[in-house]
Design a protein around this ligand. Structure first.
Ligand code: HEC
Ligand code: HEC
Length: 410
């Protein structure tokens, strides 16, 4: 599954020690949280001591142990589009990260492995290279690690390492390419994750109206967008969390997103929902009572983390609707209305954990015109759509010719 709890090779989740330690840690945590709240509140009027400003995006960081080469990137591209990297060879990365759907999946919940539906919204892989931690609750720490859990997760790729590796060995073109790129006699599955990650590090969109404006082209934003930018940084308070070059603080907040009703109405969604609770190490009581995704809680097991999710980048969002971890908002208008009401949807629903809701989320009092200005500015984060045709994939071939087999028999 898409989290450490179900992935034996990932680092163990952060847990408290036995005895009094958890209670002590809890008290300490609450005190820290109160402090954090206080500093955040103090920083609310955006000024010199406020959050980092929006900034143009530079090239993505490249890990020293997985350098980019054209051959590796090309191999990664083939593997990203190849559904044989997965359980029954039907569901590969591009199945849920379709270039034409914002390199994501345009439904509230992602499609799942055949016979399942996922429980979270599929994230775009565009600009994923910049996140220090991946997934809605930040449970993965590198693209290499992420690719492995995606290909193996039960409602995602549902693949087994040995089978996927065996399939690669049966495709001569891959054997040749892995040998050239990684120097191994046969393809190793962990090198597949490295190649995929290298390909993902090329999926970057940093030529946007906002970048051009920040780099000095004052005509890159319209008058309306400039008014929206001022609201974003001021009255609407977005910059408090969506800041810096990626328009995110890379931190976790509960902003009041209400649960997705599909968990009550759709049997398949309900099954995945319960399965995920279990797989992520939910308590028995939580397993029985949970009606929503507890997000960051699954990693820390602290109750004040219930309903917190990683602040997503606002880059490329023109192409990645629906929005939020559970895809409850289908348009950017709905998102802006949600924030304007102080973190409530149009029926007045909010998070089941209001005690954890960020104090930065409060009614904004934006007029209709101001909402339009803000929406116009949000478009400046996206730039051109990145489209790509799926490459032609190499074919299987028998490992030995008939002749060789006959000779081996002698
Ligand atoms: C069945 C659908 C599905 C498949 C198959 C799938 N993904 Fe995903 N992907 C998702 C969903 C849903 C999420 C968000 C999951 C979460 O946060 O728990 C996600 C998240 C991600 C992220 C994190 C982006 C971010 O902003 O943190 C990356 C990167 C990614 N996928 C790449 C891949 C790669 C590479 C593969 C193939 C090895 C793959 N995915 C296969 C559905 C899928
Ligand atoms: C307290 C921090 C915080 C503030 C302030 C904030 N956001 Fe967010 N934003 C988040 C988090 C966290 C999420 C993800 C929440 C979830 O999925 O439950 C999010 C999600 C979003 C998304 C969805 C992106 C996607 O890929 O699904 C958009 C769009 C967005 N915010 C825009 C804004 C705008 C516009 C403002 C100002 C009116 C704003 N945000 C203010 C933290 C914040």
């Amino acid at each position: 599954m898409f989290d450490e709890a179900a992935n034996t090779t990932s680092p163990a989740p952060i847990r408290g020690c036995k005895g009094y330690a958890p209670r002590l840690l809890a008290i300490l945590g609450l005190a820290l949280q109160a402090l954090a709240g206080a500093t955040a509140a103090a920083a609310a009027p955006v000024g010199a001591a406020g959050p980092p400003p929006l900034a143009p995006l530079g090239p993505p960081p490249i890990p020293l142990d997985n350098k980019q080469t054209p051959e590796k990137i090309e191999l990664g591209k083939l593997l990203f589009f190849d559904a044989r990297i997965g359980g029954d060879a039907s569901t590969g990365c591009s199945t849920c990260h379709e270039p034409g759907q914002g390199w994501a999946w345009a439904e509230d919940f992602s499609r799942g492995y055949p016979g399942t539906v996922h429980w979270r919204n599929s994230q775009t892989v565009i600009n994923a290279a910049y996140y220090p931690r991946l997934f809605w609750a930040g449970s993965s720490s590198s693209l290499e690690d992420q690719a492995s859990s995606a290909a193996r997760g039960g409602v995602a790729g549902n693949g087994e390492n040995d089978i996927m590796e065996a399939r690669l060995a049966l495709i001569p073109e891959y054997v040749k390419r892995f040998r050239e790129v990684f120097g191994t006699e046969w393809p190793l599955i962990r090198d597949a994750w490295r190649a995929i990650a290298a390909f993902e590090r090329t999926l970057v969109q940093r030529d946007t109206p906002l970048d051009r404006y920040l780099l000095g082209d004052r005509s890159a934003l319209t008058e309306q967008q400039l008014r929206g930018k001022a609201l974003f940084e001021g009255k609407a308070g977005c910059l408090q969390c969506h800041n810096g070059a990626m328009a995110t603080d890379f931190s976790y907040h509960n902003i009041g997103v209400p649960p997705n009703r599909r968990w009550e109405e759709d049997g398949l969604a309900q099954i995945t929902f319960r399965f995920e609770q279990y797989a992520k190490g939910q308590t028995e009581e939580g397993y029985r009572s949970a009606k929503s995704d507890w997000g960051f809680y699954y990693r820390t097991k602290n109750r004040w983390d219930r309903g917190k999710f990683r602040t997503p980048s606002l880059r490329y969002t023109m192409y990645t609707a629906p929005y939020m971890h559970n895809g409850v908002f289908y348009t950017m208008e709905e998102v802006v209305d949600f924030y304007n009401r102080g973190g409530f949807d149009e029926e007045g629903r909010t998070t089941p954990f209001p005690e954890n809701k960020s104090r930065l989320i409060r009614p904004l009092g934006l007029t209709d015109e101001e909402k339009e200005d803000l929406l116009a500015f949000l478009e400046a984060f996206s730039g051109e759509e990145i489209l790509m045709d799926p490459p032609e994939l190499p074919e299987y071939a028998p490992l030995f010719t008939r002749q060789e087999l006959m000779e081996a028999r002698k």
